[in-house]
Design a protein around this ligand. Sequence first.
Ligand code: FE
Length: 207
Amino acid sequence: MADFVSSTFSRRRFLRAVAVAVAPVSFLARVRATLGGEIERVELEPTPAAGEELKLTPEETTGPFFQPNSPLKNNFCEPGVNGAPINVTGFVLDRRGKSVPGVLLDFWHADGNGEYDFHGFRCRGHQSSDSNGRYTLKTVLPGLYPGRTRHYHVRLQAANGPILTTQLYFPGEERNDKDSLFRADLLVKLREIKEERIANFNFVLAG
Ligand code: FE
């Protein structure tokens, strides 16, 4: 485990990743939120220019490892789950930048060893965005498996809305450029507060 963390997410590499991740993006508002006991500023809404709409979160393939009927769960750090802890958080927004509560988010991903659970629901679970449109997933960094860069899978669905299936990626990964599914507009923003890693991504849904 320690080798995994130090070799794939050394502090130096992490800081380089952060430098990439915080490329200029303007935000309509910032809110103060409590994350892991630290008061931290969290991006709330990208700023749509007057008369413009936000770009929709792009769709990506579901892949072969999705399993339906995942449990209600936003903490994947259960006994037997290997990997470096990370909190994934953000908001679900509509095209005008308004937060959308009650959106179903169903996450699934490989554990820190790059293995999916096909017998149970390790690293699989769904939740709903809260009254502020916010979601939070406590999980681990997904490990690598052949043919793919590091990624999470997620399906989102607002009430009576269409399903959006997509994936999230990590900045600074050597395999990003070699993975044909990789998209830079699906990169999370990575930060480190003391010993805690936080990945931030805001989804934008149609409708
Ligand atoms: Fe996958």
